[in-house]
Write a protein that binds this ligand. Structure first.
Ligand code: ADP
Ligand code: MG
Length: 265
């Protein structure tokens, strides 16, 4: 029996909550334990691509090419410096893709079809992580149509829960229309600062509202994590020992435990 990759989209319509940082470091941790991982960069800003050392000038292939049908997923994937980790980079062309494919009947299914075709042809990847733009636009909908589950980073700040209900509503709509088996993989609290009483309150509130959907691991605010992208490296490679990297390794082990349970079921 052919089993395709596990596809997880990392989404939150708020910017700056840790989507890209989570995508890069979770992917690196999974690759480090021998998984074949692909990141699909669906944000026109291309932070995941830059953060993995893929220079803008070198991006001759991109997720734009996949969404327009010009390239297969495998053709658009480039190997990163992290063994076992590839990325479909993004370019600013993505800004226009929404209008370009708006009239196509399969506009929401472009990414799903590309991922499925790749799984049938080469089945190269065991995990596909999708890094979404800060919006619930057609790109994010494509990611939710393609995914098995949604991983939601929430920043430990006062308005953390604001916007979550809208995101969950969108997931529900996708479930009722194009992707009935879409689940919530989990919610991960990011940029936690223990010296801040408010942050502790936020952690409590989110756990009270979302219960076991919230990962035990909380990602601390850590300057090494914010420095890493400017070196074109995941934090886990830039400084494995720092608290942020250690937290992302712990998050990866929680995700792997979830996956083992799923496979055993
Ligand atoms: P998003 O993709 O949701 O817009 P990012 O992952 O790009 O969010 O994070 C926003 C900013 O915060 C980036 O500059 C990033 O380097 C920084 N950042 C993310 N996580 C952490 C962290 N745990 N500690 C410190 N800085 C962080
Ligand atoms: Mg981002």
């Amino acid at each position: 029996m052919m089993t395709g990759p596990r596809i997880i989209t990392i989404a939150n319509q708020k910017g700056g909550v840790g989507k890209t940082t989570t995508a890069i470091n979770l992917a690196t941790a999974l690759a480090a334990i021998g998984e074949q991982v692909l990141i699909v960069d669906l944000d026109p800003q291309g932070n995941a691509s830059t953060g993995l050392g893929i220079d803008r000038r070198e991006r001759s292939v991109s997720s734009y090419d996949v969404l327009t049908g010009a390239m297969t997923l495998d053709e658009a994937a480039v190997q990163t410096a992290v063994p076992g980790l590839s990325i479909v980079p993004s370019t600013l062309d993505l800004l226009g893709v929404e209008m370009e494919i708006a009239g196509a009947p399969d506009r929401v299914l472009r990414l799903r079809n590309a991922v499925r075709a790749s799984a049938e042809r080469t089945n190269k990847f065991s995990y596909v992580l999708i890094d979404c733009p800060p919006s619930l636009n057609l790109l994010t909908l494509n990611s939710m149509a393609a995914a098995d589950s949604v991983l939601v980073p929430l920043q430990c700040e006062f308005f953390a829960l604001e916007g979550l209900s809208q995101l969950l509503e969108t997931v529900e709509q996708v479930r009722q229309s194009i992707n009935p088996s879409l689940t919530i993989q989990g919610i991960v609290l990011t940029m936690y600062d223990g010296r801040n009483n408010l942050a502790n309150q936020v952690v409590e509130d989110v756990r009270a509202h979302m219960g076991e959907k919230v990962y035990e691991t909380v990602i601390p605010r850590n300057v090494r994590v914010s420095e890493a992208p400017s070196h074109g490296k995941p934090a886990i490679l830039y400084d494995l020992k720092c608290s942020g990297s250690q937290a992302y390794l712990q998050l990866a082990s929680e995700v792997i435990r979830q996956e083992r349970k799923l496979r055993a079921a």
